[in-house]
Ligand binder design. Structure first.
Ligand SMILES: [Mg+2]
Length: 206
């Protein structure tokens, strides 16, 4: 029986090409500063690495994990992206998603499980008007862990006081959000964006 639902944040509860671009630009800036190279060179370096990693893993690799492959300390990356852009400037309330989540919340404990940092995650939830909906918001900063590390999923379940097989994990990146969850015996639901969460709601209701 499902007792808790853990949602990925970026690409799952909102989809924004502008934010995706801001993330990319923040990543280029981070590498340009670190290696003391031009932004253009940094962009080339990062996008080439992303392609390599994608070939190896078979799916698109987020900027956070790409930067880690260059040895960028995660705290430094988070500091850069927090300073680089404020998601509240680009995102607006999603009334329909809010209603769906409030409906689901009547039956399940809800949490966020994101590789983003706490500051950006809170800004995004504020912009989407979803603050206060989630029982817990687990970010990289909560345990200093990143998906796909299964320990991140396990610790989140522990904190929610549920067994792993009582969790449903919802995310847009199969290898990062869902494979580790599946291996822990969690239920999984793949989405391509917030629209798919409404469909999921009907599944839960039936
Ligand atoms: Mg995502």
């Amino acid at each position: 029986m499902i007792k808790a639902i853990l949602f990925d944040l970026d690409g799952t509860l909102y989809k924004s090409e502008t934010i995706r671009k801001k993330f990319a630009e923040a990543a280029y800036t981070t590498i340009a500063k670190l290696k003391n190279i031009s932004l253009e060179k940094a962009q080339k370096l990062i996008e080439e690495r992303r392609e390599e990693l994608q070939k190896k893993s078979g799916s698109a690799v987020p900027y956070t994990l790409t930067l880690l492959s260059f040895g960028v300390p995660i705290e430094e990356w988070h500091r850069e992206n927090i300073a680089f852009f404020d998601p509240r400037d680009y995102l607006t309330e999603d009334q329909k998603l809010r209603e769906t989540l409030i409906h689901i919340k009547k039956q399940y404990r809800l949490a966020i499980l994101t590789n983003n940092n706490t500051i950006q995650a809170e800004r995004i939830l504020e912009a989407l008007n979803l603050k206060g909906i989630f029982d817990r918001v687990f970010t990289y900063n909560t345990f200093n862990l990143l998906k796909p590390d299964p320990v991140f999923f396990k610790k989140a379940a522990e904190e929610l006081d549920v067994e792993t097989n009582e969790c449903l994990v919802v995310g847009d990146r199969y290898a990062i959000d869902l494979t580790p969850a599946k291996e822990l015996g969690m239920q999984i639901h793949e989405v391509t964006g917030p629209e798919d969460i409404h469909t999921m709601r009907s599944g839960l209701d039936s």
